[in-house]
Design a protein around this ligand. Structure first.
Ligand code: 4NP
Length: 165
């Protein structure tokens, strides 16, 4: 992994990536945005999300995810878009939600150096013992709650890593 820690003199850009860009990655984007807003560091981060499957392009996040996130105070209004090789030029850190996302992003990276930007969201968990953020699309209500629990913890861990605290 490249040195992804935040240089205080510049902005750090983060792209959260999942399969559809309608459940996990827009939720991670909203949660990470809420953290930087709360910390007063929003001018130091550029945060976006994208999907590896383009079938939901142009859509708001899944209604079930929007409802579950809203109950925790996150308003998710990202419009789904596909990830592409150009994202590796645009972003410092590319965060994969699961192993399939990770492998797809490693293949998509235009260079070996770019591939070092790819990290796993679950690597920033601090108490949960799971190696990926599960896809909630075919899960019930509890699946969305679990994903939000995991993303809140992992986003906090990623923020601490990048902010160097
Ligand atoms: P996400 O969830 O990757 O967390 O956005 C999914 C959304 C849609 C599909 C799969 C996963 N789908 O197959 O349509």
């Amino acid at each position: 992994m490249s040195d992804n820690s935040l240089n205080s003199s510049n902005m750090h850009s983060i792209l959260f990536v999942c399969l559809g860009n309608i459940c996990r990655s827009p939720a991670a984007q909203g949660i990470f945005q809420a953290i930087v807003d709360r910390k007063g560091t929003s001018d130091m981060f550029r945060i976006d999300s994208a999907g590896l499957y383009s079938g939901h392009q142009g859509q708001l996040p899944d209604k079930r995810m929007r409802s579950a996130a809203q109950r925790r105070g996150y308003s998710l209004d990202h419009i789904a878009r596909p990830a592409g090789p150009a994202d590796f030029l645009d972003f410092d850190t590319v965060v994969a939600m699961d192993d399939n996302n990770y492998e797809d992003l490693m293949h998509m990276a235009p260079s070996v150096e770019d591939s070092r930007k790819v990290v796993r969201m679950a690597d920033y968990l601090t108490t949960h013992s799971i190696s990926y953020i599960p896809d909630p699309y075919y899960m019930g209500h509890d699946g969305f709650e679990l994903v939000l629990d995991l993303l809140e913890e992992a986003c906090a861990g990623l923020y601490e890593k990048l902010a160097g605290k």
